[in-house]
Design a binder for this molecule. Structure first.
Ligand SMILES: *[C@@H]1O[C@H](CO)[C@@H](O)[C@H](O)[C@H]1NC(C)=O
Ligand SMILES: *[C@@H]1O[C@H](CO)[C@@H](O)[C@H](O)[C@H]1NC(C)=O
Ligand SMILES: *[C@@H]1O[C@H](CO)[C@@H](O)[C@H](O)[C@H]1NC(C)=O
Ligand SMILES: *[C@@H]1O[C@H](CO)[C@@H](O)[C@H](O)[C@H]1NC(C)=O
Ligand SMILES: *[C@@H]1O[C@H](CO)[C@@H](O)[C@H](O)[C@H]1NC(C)=O
Ligand SMILES: *[C@@H]1O[C@H](CO)[C@@H](O)[C@H](O)[C@H]1NC(C)=O
Ligand SMILES: *[C@@H]1O[C@H](CO)[C@@H](O)[C@H](O)[C@H]1NC(C)=O
Length: 453
């Protein structure tokens, strides 16, 4: 009960301050969604890639992945890591990708572990991606994530404030204060300053990270009248602060000390340093978690929100940083459900599938969280599957329509979506469920959606 009250309170807070952020596909009437689906048949959604077969150290700024600066129509956004991967061709250079491509790219390019990769990617995808086309922009809104569903849908990409992108970033302004997705030189100067003052040899290390993390929070509290610092942002804010000292440090040094030259390369130029090597082994929750805890413990904080600049109101009833399962539950029940209050048919199926993939990452952390089903447990929900044997395998084991027995027919139409970018519209290159059947509600998908194109 206490927790539900907390959700209700927060929901009000969010509505008051963040309405524009919450306009993805969510909020459409069923009629509008049906119409959209008839006109834009949903793609078949493959399982996410498994762990890398070879997760050893490797030079990743190699001849196959040359840096090419983004063109005017290429999307770049708030995450310097993803921007860099796109500019080196680990992601489609236009910045439009499937979740599977994102998992592949962060594993290949930076050596994120599979559970951690799925956790990050599906969290972002569930709120900023297009579940019906299985595409997301790593920056702003783009027509390449598929034809727009009817208003008020936006499918806004990672730039969408208050979703994946959040306040108190290290090198990006708060949305209310300035540009929340482009590199900010003033903030980078502060990054350099804190590294000089607190880091070993002027590097961005764990101490610099702890101090700068706290400084940015204090700044947002003081300056941003609409500062929001509750789950899930509390987790991503502390995590981001340590990503740079893990993933942006050359794997041959691997000393968790980021030089300012390398920081400039990644944050500003979105460029891997010459000869850059990724991490020497896959980096998963067991590596990340203790570092996150370390910087948090140097400046512990109760989650909260500003009601006016300088007026930070703690929200102790919301999940705290150490309550990983609580943050997961809050995310699924409050944020995902808030975006998609009453999905049906293929939209519901796609959401349930992505929620499963998200939970695979959660379960892989080993914290004993129980899966939450915001739309009820599908009659035969796929349990998190074992990791795929290869980095790019598509395992056709998860049915697109939980509750039906069309698993095998779904498999037969499984597209080669992970191998080739599907960034064009009209969904060329991927098999689709025929439009007529796609409009069937979820209780009749078994009889209607078995035909493949
Ligand atoms: C950059 O950050 C500074 C310091 O927070 C802020 O005053 C400025 O408005 C930001 N610039 C942009 C373009 O967001
Ligand atoms: C600082 O950098 C110098 C020169 O690179 C190096 O010799 C020294 O060991 C470094 N100090 C620490 C504490 O890492
Ligand atoms: C649910 O799926 C499992 C595994 O695919 C299968 O063994 C089982 O028979 C299914 N149950 C129902 C009710 O379809
Ligand atoms: C689907 O499952 C139902 C109940 O499990 C079964 O009666 C039916 O024969 C199955 N249909 C197919 C095509 O396998
Ligand atoms: C989809 O394909 C049709 C026919 O090939 C074409 O006329 C239309 O412009 C395409 N739509 C988009 C958004 O590219
Ligand atoms: C689904 O199939 C049934 C019979 O197989 C058909 O009557 C119905 O119109 C179909 N529904 C859709 C939306 O195609
Ligand atoms: C299931 O299908 C029947 C017949 O098409 C329809 O009347 C009913 O509303 C559907 N139930 C749900 C939950 O969609």
């Amino acid at each position: 009960m206490v927790k539900f009250a907390a959700f209700a309170l927060l929901a009000l807070v969010r509505v008051a301050i963040a309405i524009p952020a919450y306009q993805s596909l969510g909020g459409l009437s069923q009629r509008e969604v049906d119409l959209f689906i008839r006109q834009n048949p949903p793609v078949v959604i493959p399982n996410p890639p498994g762990p890398l077969v070879d997760d050893s150290i490797r030079m990743v700024n190699d001849a196959d992945h040359p840096f090419i600066a983004p063109g005017p129509n290429d999307m770049r956004g708030p995450c310097p890591g993803l921007n860099t991967l796109a500019s080196h061709g680990y992601l489609p250079r236009n910045g439009i990708a499937t979740p599977g491509q994102l998992v592949d790219a962060i594993q290949e390019g930076f050596n994120l572990g599979n559970n951690f990769a799925k956790f990050l990617v599906y969290q972002g995808f569930l709120i900023n991606g297009n579940p019906l086309t299985n595409l997301i922009s790593i920056g702003g809104k783009s027509p390449l994530t598929g034809p727009d569903p009817p208003a008020p849908a936006i499918v806004g990409g990672l730039n969408t404030h208050g979703t994946f992108e959040g306040d108190t970033s290290m090198t990006r302004s708060d949305a209310v204060i300035g540009d929340n997705h482009n590199f900010n030189e003033t903030l980078f100067s502060q990054f350099v300053d804190f590294s000089t003052r607190f880091g070993v040899n002027g590097t961005y290390d764990i101490n610099a990270a702890a101090e700068l993390r706290n400084q940015r929070i204090q700044q947002s509290m003081a300056e941003n009248p609409e500062f929001v610092f509750v789950a899930p942002r509390i987790l991503s804010a502390y995590s981001e602060a340590i990503f740079a000292l893990i993933f942006f440090v050359d794997g041959r040094q691997n000393n968790r000390q980021l030089t300012m030259d390398a920081a400039r390369d990644f944050f500003d130029l979105q460029h891997m340093p010459e000869g850059f090597n990724r991490q020497p082994a896959a980096v998963d929750f067991p590596v990340v978690d203790p570092l996150v805890t370390t910087i948090f413990n140097q400046h512990p904080l109760t989650p909260g929100v500003n009601q006016g600049a300088g007026n930070f109101i703690p929200q102790p009833q919301t999940p705290v940083l150490s309550d990983f399962c609580g943050i997961y539950e809050d995310f699924v029940t409050r944020i995902v459900k808030g975006l998609y209050p009453n999905p049906q048919g293929p939209l519901l199926d796609a959401l349930n599938l992505n929620l499963n993939f998200f939970f695979e990452g959660i379960a892989g952390r080993g914290s004993g969280c129980t899966q939450v089903f915001p739309y009820g447990q599908p009659s035969n929900a796929s349990t998190p599957s074992a990791p795929a044997a290869t980095g790019s395998a598509i395992m056709p084991t998860v049915s697109v329509t939980p509750g039906s027995n069309m698993t095998e027919s779904a498999a037969t139409v499984m597209p080669t979506i992970s191998a080739t970018p599907v960034s064009g519209s009209n969904f060329t290159g991927s098999a689709v469920i025929p439009a007529a059947s796609a409009t069937a509600s979820s209780n009749s998908t078994g009889s209607n959606s078995t035909t493949s194109t």
